[in-house]
Design a protein around this ligand. Structure first.
Ligand SMILES: [Zn+2]
Length: 186
């Protein structure tokens, strides 16, 4: 379904492109003019970087009914992805740009619930995950792929990776993966 029907092409042509320019335009605009402008999506990283790093831009559209549209963007360059209705789709575009190999990463089980209260368990989980990912991956802010069963909140989570990158949720049935995954991820 197209989301461009409610926007005015002439206006869009004059819009700045890229996170840096869009944020500058947003900040320069009076409060009353900000509605409908692209800005960093709630909860997504906003600090500009030198290397390409993913973020998501969102804006409010009031016609025909209130909704938001999202697009992947980069904190390090002017790349922008196409508009999406789902925030997750924009997040994945941004990762295709900044971390092009992310789809080949191992999908790991989340830490056991008890790890929330146990530094030892959490430390063990972190060490196991770091071992299965490329060296230095998390230190550079790379994402982690977490397996979640159906019905769980499947929204990708900025800051959820061990080094502050995204937790990208991969929906997989619990049973199938356990056969593929070494027991250390249980
Ligand atoms: Zn970039």
């Amino acid at each position: 379904m197209s989301t461009s029907g409610s926007s005015t092409p002439n206006h869009q042509d004059q819009e700045p492109r890229g996170t840096r320019a869009r944020l500058a335009a947003y900040q320069a605009a009076p409060d009353t003019a900000r509605r409908g402008m692209w800005a960093i999506s709630y909860g997504h990283p906003a600090e500009l970087t030198t290397a390409c790093r993913p973020t998501v831009l969102s804006r409010v559209v009031d016609v025909p009914a209130w909704h938001q549209v999202h697009r992947g963007a980069c904190l390090g360059c002017d790349w922008e992805g196409p508009e999406h209705r789902r925030n997750n789709d924009a997040t994945e575009d941004a990762h295709d740009h900044a971390w092009p190999s992310w789809r080949t990463l191992p999908v790991v089980n989340p830490p056991a619930a008890a790890a929330d209260y146990s530094k030892v368990l959490m430390g063990r989980w972190n060490a196991q995950v770091a071992q299965s990912y490329p060296a230095g991956w998390f230190e550079q802010g790379g994402p982690i792929l977490i397996r979640r069963p159906d019905g769980y909140n499947t929204r990708h989570r900025p800051g959820g990776a061990p080094g502050g990158g995204y937790e990208l949720v991969i929906q997989q049935p619990e049973t199938r993966e356990q056969a593929e995954q070494p027991p250390l991820f249980d």
